[in-house]
Design a protein around this ligand. Structure first.
Ligand code: GUN
Length: 310
């Protein structure tokens, strides 16, 4: 079965974006444009929440240390929150902050009634037990969807707060009318942040899912079979464009900086765009979608906590 671009994907909430084709011929999955539309809808919900509750939804973003890439993402998340009418609580801790202090901050944020969502930017400095910190976040405020409770709910087909990048892939597919039911979907990468929850999201959407990782024997054969491919490896051009199945939908989660300073994905883009039916650009694909879904989660968390819809 090949992806049917019927424009009638389940859950589509906005009118389908106009199909713009890449130089290679594939339809460009314009994450920047769809993310702007998602953010506008989030802003309307945040305003309705504020009118109803007399306060804006609140999102705390915690960064420990000075990792340059994390710094860019964190600034972006905080700026986008404010633009969407979400209160931003910034906590920047020095790189030598101990685990106990980070846990104390997380506990304080769990109890702060102004805070509806908590995001602890990863990676945390060496020596800090990431699982202990993530497990300490109140699942009701876990806007990353990384807490085992939220992972478990997604695994059990009753998603609550959903990991932002995989949620962004699903949303982008829906907006472009890519029908996921029955699709042969392959995820390359099995991280807790992207690969594993991505597989659960695709399963929830009733795709037939394969997950590839460092133990996979014949990666090329798996990729060549994929009607929908999600690349989440974090290595520039890791997947040769020639491996892409003609007509496939390609979602490239990688954001890698080359020696010359250019941002590129995990898939060799130019050649892949000649074969794919749809493809995300890097940058401008899943990066903006991840932030948009984070903001959406923040308003969802606020509404869930207050027992209301907005
Ligand atoms: N580091 C890289 N991606 C993410 C993400 O989605 N959430 C958090 N908290 N840290 C990250």
């Amino acid at each position: 079965m090949s992806p049917a671009n019927t424009g009638s994907g389940a859950g589509t909430t906005l009118s389908a974006p106009a199909a713009v084709r890449t130089a290679g011929g594939a339809v460009l999955l314009d994450g920047k444009m769809v993310a702007a539309r998602v953010r506008a809808a989030v802003a309307a919900r945040a305003a309705a929440f504020a009118a109803r509750h007399g306060r804006r939804p609140g999102l705390a973003v915690v960064q420990v240390g000075h990792d340059a890439a994390s710094g860019v993402y964190v600034r972006n998340k905080r700026k986008s929150s404010l633009e969407a009418g979400i209160e931003s609580f910034a906590h920047d801790l020095p790189a030598d902050t101990g685990e106990a202090q980070i846990l104390a901050l997380v506990h304080a944020l769990n109890h702060d009634q102004r805070v509806d969502g908590i995001l602890v930017q990863l990676p945390l400095p060496a020596g800090v037990d990431t699982h202990r910190v993530m497990d300490a976040v109140d699942p009701a405020k876990d806007v990353d969807g990384f807490h085992p409770v939220n992972t478990g709910l997604l695994a059990q087909k009753r998603p609550r707060l959903r990991p932002c990048t995989p949620f962004g892939v699903i949303r982008l597919a829906q907006e472009y009318g890519i029908a996921l039911v029955g699709l042969r979907a392959t995820v390359v990468g099995a991280s807790n942040i992207v690969g594993r929850p991505m597989a659960l999201e695709l399963l929830l959407a009733r795709a037939t899912v394969t997950v590839c990782h460092t133990g996979t024997r014949d990666l090329r054969a798996e990729v060549e079979r994929a009607e929908l491919l999600v690349a989440a490896v974090g290595r520039a051009g890791f997947i040769p464009g020639d491996w892409i199945r003609p007509g496939a939908a390609v979602f490239d989660v990688g954001i890698n900086r080359t020696a010359s300073g250019k941002l590129v994905g995990d898939v060799e883009y130019a050649r892949a765009a000649e074969r794919a039916g749809w493809i995300t650009p890097v940058p401008g694909g899943l990066g903006p979608m991840t932030i948009a879904m984070l903001l959406s989660n923040a308003v969802d968390a606020a509404c869930l906590r207050m027992g209301t819809r907005a």
